[in-house]
Design a protein around this ligand. Structure first.
Ligand SMILES: [Zn+2]
Length: 358
């Protein structure tokens, strides 16, 4: 994400109108183009609302202290599966549940970034905001489908993300979709390519979740690599040029763990910059020396029943309300890393940002 690109459209964002119901859907295409991180922004129409971000401002000790910036704080990487009215498995969420969770995040100052941005340390969100990574596994038809007008269908995950972004303009409409061999239930390659292209054009990340979703712990290394390469080839065929993150099916690591991020099969090599677990807790900051990019924690989106009494999103979002100092809070300046004095020794060595300690 280049912040400069976002800054260029801020003036347009000020033309935001109050958008509700059908108006929101009608306005989607231009609104999301402006938030696209990887693609050149389409020429924005001044009459349409845009959920977008303010330009970055240089951080100082005073500004960092004022917003209690903590860029070594924890980041929730939320994990979603199917989004459907009738929940058939405990990990399914209803459209109403997803919408309510996203609105809660928006009201609490969370701004979505993609998993690729997260592992690259590209957390270019406003001062005082908290990053959240929204991840959708398995390429369910309930995540993304286009209607007759070429817009995301209502009550799909992507449709809901835009609905919330239209209501809360600071809520940047991006997410990561880790897909398998039949993306979004589409069997025709042209349809698959159209869906993936639409997502990429609108700033979403589409990534590798293996070709047929096996438990990688049960496979020999060569089979693990085959699963990854087959899916890499499909992603490339569908227009994904940058595949930098990988989500382990069932969160299950191969016995030879390294083969999940680097390997080769049938003459094709692969490498990922980040591997995500299924997990049960927030991730540490990518700038923290304890960050393990090959085993990034995620939090299952769910209520507080059963195993989710702890460990799922409702629990953790309440926990952060009680422990705001543990949360990643941005200083608004991508060039610097701001943190309280007590965390000075926890900075990872990989990063060469200007450090602001208060
Ligand atoms: Zn999965």
């Amino acid at each position: 994400m280049t912040v400069r690109k976002l800054a260029g459209v801020t003036a347009v964002a000020n033309v935001v109108v109050v958008a509700t119901g059908l108006v929101v859907l009608a306005l989607l295409p231009a609104a999301d183009n402006r938030a696209a991180p990887k693609e050149p922004a389409a020429s924005p129409s001044p009459t349409l609302p845009a959920p977008t971000l303010p330009p970055p401002t240089p951080a100082t000790v005073e500004s960092a202290r004022k917003v209690k910036a903590n860029e070594l704080g924890q980041v929730p990487v939320l994990m979603y599966h199917r989004i459907q009215k009738k929940r058939l498995a405990s990990i399914d969420r209803t459209p109403a549940q997803l919408k309510s969770e996203l609105e809660k995040l928006a009201k609490r100052g969370f701004v979505p970034i993609t998993a690729a941005e997260f592992v690259a340390g590209e957390i270019n969100i406003p001062a005082g905001a908290h990053p959240v990574v929204l991840t959708f596994d398995d390429g369910s038809p309930s995540h993304f489908a286009l209607d007759a007008r070429g817009l995301p269908k209502k009550d799909t995950a992507i449709g809901i993300i835009f609905e919330v972004a239209a209501k809360y303009p600071a809520f940047r409409p991006v997410a990561t979709l880790w897909i398998n061999g039949t993306p979004f239930g589409l069997t025709a390659e042209a349809e698959q390519a159209r869906a993936v292209r639409w997502l990429l054009d609108h700033g979403f990340e589409v990534g590798n979740h293996t070709y047929s979703h096996p438990d990688l712990r049960r496979l020999p290394p060569k089979k693990v690599s085959e699963q990854i390469v087959r899916q890499e080839r499909l992603l490339r065929k569908l227009g994904v040029t940058s595949s930098t993150t990988f989500a382990l099916p069932f969160g299950s690591r191969p016995r030879k763990a390294g083969v999940a991020h680097d390997g080769k099969w049938d003459g094709t090599k692969y490498h990922f910059d980040g591997v995500f677990l299924a997990g049960a807790q927030p991730s540490v900051s990518p700038f923290d020396k304890g960050f393990d990019r090959w085993a990034i924690q995620r939090i299952q989106s769910n209520g507080t029943a059963g195993d989710c009494r702890k460990w799922c999103s409702t629990y953790w979002l309440e926990w952060f309300q009680k422990h705001p100092g543990k949360l990643y809070t941005a200083d608004g300046d991508p060039e610097s890393l701001s943190l309280p004095e007590s965390l000075r020794d926890d900075i990872g060595s990989k990063w060469s940002k200007k450090v602001i300690v208060y």
